[in-house]
Design a protein around this ligand. Structure first.
Ligand code: UDP
Ligand code: MG
Length: 322
């Protein structure tokens, strides 16, 4: 059996309304898993208070006071969901063998935890929670969300389809994650880069049972932009492509203008102006694209991402060969 201390990291921003119910459900689930020997008695629920303006931290402190199962982490100010989550994951990493990240509003089905833990025991390092259906979502939400995943993948930000941030990660996967030093954080895109054996667990995503979403459409669009620009330099490559395309058009225009000119069907100066407009436009875009390629390289270098992570090593350093 693999080591089995589980931490559940829960980022919380103004969640005083949901915490009593969330802690009750999570407490129940944890105790059940501990009793059945799936996880150790040192397992904890770690609430991360992301600079809430309401009584969230007081609620977390009271929970901790009453029950050692609940621990808390208080950030100095609001840093956003992704950063709060990372704080939770990296704090839990040194104390746990596996960490599950989950939203505070119980939209992520708590019962999927069992399957995740089981897959961990079967040797999986990352288990993605994937929504089985969006039956409960409105048409608009479903449509925009699916468009979001498609656009992201098209733009070179590869993510797991219909997976948000509900997932289990083993300690070594988290150690891999810690190697990604980037400040512009888009966890959903980075986690698949880590590698190691992975699997998925399907679950039904429920509705937020109290309070309101901290992710309105405006924030979601910003999040998509953040995802694309944090993960990929494809938009830059598109400029290069456009430059090449316009440059090809400019050659066609050149031929066309010269033919028209030879036929005597043009006013004086038209052919030369036409050619230069297209050629210069194409050249400028192409040059921008080339500069962009270098900017993109610099950008990726500054992220200082790990070049590799090792899964297994076969060696006996003490053994004499002869
Ligand atoms: N959250 C956070 N910091 C923020 C915004 C949100 O820690 O600045 C947390 C929030 O408390 C919740 C999770 O991120 O646990 C997801 O937020 P929410 O449920 O509002 O998003 P939605 O499910 O509507 O996309
Ligand atoms: Mg939610």
């Amino acid at each position: 059996m693999r080591p089995n201390t589980l931490y559940i990291a829960v980022p919380c921003y103004n969640e005083e309304e949901v915490l009593p119910e969330t802690s009750r459900r999570l407490g129940e689930k944890m105790r059940q898993l501990i009793a059945s020997g799936q996880i150790s008695g040192k397992s904890r629920v770690l609430f991360v208070n992301d600079g809430s303006k309401d009584k969230t931290w007081e609620v977390i402190s009271a929970l901790h006071e009453k029950d050692p199962l609940f621990s808390g982490l208080n950030l100095s100010r609001n840093r956003g969901h992704q950063n709060a989550l990372l704080a939770g994951l990296l704090t839990a990493k040194d104390r746990a063998d596996m960490v599950i990240s989950m939203d505070a509003d119980l939209q992520d089905d708590v019962d999927a935890v069992d399957a995740m833990v089981e897959k961990y025991h079967n040797g999986m390092d990352i288990v993605y929670g994937v929504r089985s259906s969006r039956a409960k979502d409105t048409f608009f939400k479903r449509f925009t969300a699916e468009a979001f995943y498609r656009l992201m993948n098209r733009m070179g930000a590869e993510t797991v389809f219909n997976h948000a941030d509900y997932r289990l990660m083993s300690r070594r996967a988290l150690e891999g994650l810690a190697e990604f030093k980037e400040v512009n954080l888009f966890l959903r895109g980075i986690v698949p880069m880590i590698g190691y054996p992975t699997d998925t667990v399907e679950y039904e995503r429920g509705e937020r049972f109290a309070g309101e979403s901290k992710y309105p459409l405006k924030k979601m669009l910003a999040f998509a932009m953040e995802g694309i620009t944090s993960l990929s330099t494809k938009p830059i490559r598109m400029i290069t492509g456009l430059g090449v395309l316009i440059f090809i058009i400019s050659i066609a225009m050149l031929v066309y203008s010269v033919v028209r000119w030879a036929m005597g069907a043009t006013t004086l100066g038209w052919a030369s102006v036409m050619c230069s407009v297209w050629a210069i436009g194409g050249l400028i875009l192409l040059s921008l694209g080339v500069i962009g390629e270098y900017v993109g390289k610099i950008y990726l270098e500054t992220k200082g991402r790990p070049r590799f992570l090792i899964k297994d090593i076969l060696e006996d350093s003490d053994e004499k060969v002869l």
